[in-house]
Every structure is written in structure tokens, then in C-alpha cells.
Design a protein around this ligand. Structure first.
Ligand SMILES: *Cc1c(COP(=O)(O)O)cnc(C)c1O
Length: 357
């Protein structure tokens, strides 16, 4: 893939950039450039370019605005102490976008081109990658949208893949603290044959009302159960779950209707190396309630690119509550191990890190 570059004639000045990077928050500020490549049946993928960041002009009849044919990814670029910049398992994000693309009836972008696009944007906007201090990073958001101007229902004949980036502060300000969860019994996020395993905006649209319910109940996040029986734990709105037993075993819900997190699969490998047996299987909500009450479940945690790993506290539902498990020791150990690899403070024994600059 040949990428042409048009530099932004008015990049954010150094003083303003320093101000932004001192307190970036999440998803509020965007770098000076963006990457775009387009697809049509005749030309295939073409016109790969980096150009100044700015608004898109879309016809009101653009397909994505009506039928939500879209998929996205979320990943981070980390600055190491020596100044180099790295991403974490980008080929996994590329492979997942290829899987999501198939589910959304999109053409597949070559995973190598996906990684090249992310690398080139981060390289051009490298001054936007914050110092590692305080777990800051550059959050990278690749996404694919149906850009054909047509109101008929069929796969779009014009597709646009873009990459944008936004500096991100630490997910937890003032230290890691357990999230409280609300169990929704009214809403589900994915059914058999649905889009649960694809990273697509529609799943998030579907989760918002349940998240609203959780907030109304004073909880941080919502837990979804399987759609068929309403019995098995799936995941949170955007994080996968882990249950730690007193004999060292760790259970995580199996795949199919959950989104297969890259953090999730990395933890399966890491936990194995730390001497824990990891079981991927169905995990019922009753097993959660009984396990915490009896003390057999000693820790619960959730994971995803944004928060890395977060301990789970109490679980509330309509008419009941189960308190937080006793410990967060392994949770914090796994979290530290992963963060240390990402920021280059520990040996990358799995070969997960990919150097960009
Ligand atoms: C992105 C996402 C996750 C976490 O995946 P990571 O690759 O670990 O960031 C979990 N659940 C949902 C629904 C997601 O969209």
C-alpha cells in the first residue's frame, strides 16, 4: 500500500500540545492528521493517504448513517523511557477487524495494510504520544464505514477505512479502584448468530440504555447475561470478565457471543505463566453469587484496552446485591505484569510489542 502524505500546515503549537498532554482525559483531543483509504468493487482499496485531521463531508443518504454498517478497533501506542514508541499486538487488532469486516459484509483490508496505516499515522503524529508517566498513551481508533450514497439495504459499494488518534490519560485517576456492577435482566447485548463477536457500533448503541439503567442504580458498569437462557455471564459493555477461585483456578466466559478482547487473550497466556490454570467456559450468575458468598471466589476482574485490568466490586440487581470479593491481589499482579510489558519496563517474553518509532 502506497501512502501519500499531506502535512497539516497548522499543527497544534507546542505550548498547547504540552497543555493537552498534561491532562488529556479520554477521546477529547485529536492529533494533527488522519489516515484514509477507500474501497470500490472496481478499484479495490485505493487512495491511501495521511492528511490534516478534519471533518468529513457525507451525503445525508450515506449508508452508514442509516443501517450502521461499520466496524472499529481500539488500541494504544506507548512511549518507552528511551523515547521509542510501540504498539501492543497490532496484528491481533488487524485480524479482529478482518473478522468483524466479514460479519458486517465489508471487504477485508489486508492486515498488513491495517498495521502499516496505524504505524504511519503514529509516526507522523509522534509528538502526540505522551510520556509513559502516569500510564498515559496515544489511543488509536481505526474504523470502517459504509460510504455509498444509497438508501437500499445491501452491502455498501463504497467503503472508507480511517485511523484517527487521541491522547489518553490514566483510566483511573488517583489509583485503581473496583468498579461496581449492575446486572441487567431486561437487556442483552448479543444473541446466537448476532453481532456479539464483532466490534461494531451497533453493539454499543444497544448497550447504552442498559448502561443508563446501571448509572441510575449508582453502579459504574453493566453486566450482560446470555440472550437465550438469561443465566450465563457474558461481559460488560466493553470489557471481558475473569473469576478467580481460592484454589488458584481462573474462569473466563467462553467465546461465541462475547467480543474476544486482546487483553482477554493476553491474560490467558500471562496467567498461565504465573502458574494459574485458566478455564474458558460458561459461567452462571448463580455461580458468581454463591462463589462470592461462600468465599470460593476470591477475586473478580474485568479487562480491556482502555482500563487494562480493573477489579470488580459489588454486583447489584433488582432486589439484591452481592458484595465485593475479598481480594484484589492477583488482579493487581496481572495488571502490573501487563502494563510493565506495554511500557517496556519488563521483558517482552511473548513478543507482543511492535516498534513504530
Ligand atoms: C473492545 C471490546 C472489549 C475489549 O477488547 P480489547 O481488545 O481487550 O480492548 C471487550 N468487550 C467489547 C464489547 C469490546 O468492544
Amino acid at each position: 500500500m502506497q501512502i501519500s502524505t499531506t502535512h497539516n500546515p497548522q499543527p497544534v503549537d507546542d505550548a498547547r500540545l504540552a497543555e493537552i498532554l498534561a491532562n488529556p482525559g479520554f477521546g477529547q483531543f485529536f492529533t494533527d492528521h488522519m489516515f484514509t483509504v477507500e474501497w470500490t468493487p472496481d478499484a479495490g482499496w485505493h487512495g491511501a493517504r495521511i492528511e490534516p485531521y478534519g471533518p468529513l463531508t457525507l451525503d445525508p443518504a450515506t449508508a452508514v448513517l442509516h443501517y450502521a454498517q461499520e466496524t472499529f478497533e481500539g488500541m494504544k501506542a506507548y512511549r518507552h523511557d528511551a523515547g521509542s514508541i510501540w504498539s501492543f499486538r497490532p496484528e491481533e487488532n488487524a485480524a479482529r477487524m478482518a473478522r468483524s469486516s466479514k460479519r458486517l459484509a465489508f471487504p477485508v483490508l489486508d492486515p498488513q495494510d491495517f498495521v502499516a496505516a496505524v504505524d504511519e499515522l503514529v509516526r507522523v503524529d509522534q509528538r502526540w504520544v505522551p510520556d509513559a508517566a502516569g500510564e498515559k498513551s496515544l489511543y488509536v481508533r481505526p474504523f470502517m464505514i459504509a460510504t455509498e450514497k444509497f438508501l437500499g439495504v445491501r452491502p455498501s459499494q463504497h467503503v472508507t477505512f480511517m485511523v484517527i488518534a487521541s491522547p489518553a490519560g490514566a483510566y483511573f485517576k488517583g489509583g485503581v479502584k473496583p468498579v461496581t456492577l449492575w446486572l441487567t435482566e431486561e437487556y442483552t447485548r448479543a444473541g446466537r448468530g448476532g453481532m456479539g463477536a464483532a466490534k461494531t457500533g451497533g453493539n454499543y448503541a444497544s448497550s447504552l440504555v442498559a448502561q443508563q439503567e446501571a448509572s441510575g442504580q449508582g453502579c459504574d458498569q453493566v453486566v450482560f447475561l446470555d440472550a437465550q437462557e438469561g443465566k450465563y455471564v457474558e461481559e460488560l459493555g466493553g470489557m471481558n470478565m475473569y473469576f478467580v477461585f481460592d484454589d488458584g483456578r481462573i474462569v473466563t466466559p467462553g467465546t461465541g457471543t462475547i467480543l474476544e478482547g486482546i487483553t482477554r487473550s493476553s491474560i490467558i497466556e500471562l496467567a498461565g505463566k504465573l502458574g494459574h490454570q485458566v478455564e474458558e467456559r460458561k459461567f452462571s450468575i448463580d455461580e458468581w453469587r454463591e462463589g462470592v458468598s461462600s468465599g470460593r471466589i476470591t477475586e473478580i476482574f474485568a479487562c480491556g484496552t482502555a482500563a487494562v485490568v480493573t477489579p470488580v466490586g459489588s454486583l447489584k440487581w433488582d432486589g439484591g446485591e452481592v458484595s465485593a470479593p475479598a481480594s484484589t491481589d492477583l488482579t493487581m499482579k496481572v495488571r502490573q505484569a501487563l502494563v510493565d510489558i506495554q511500557y517496556g519496563r519488563a521483558e517482552d517474553a511473548f513478543g507482543w510489542m511492535h516498534r513504530i518509532v
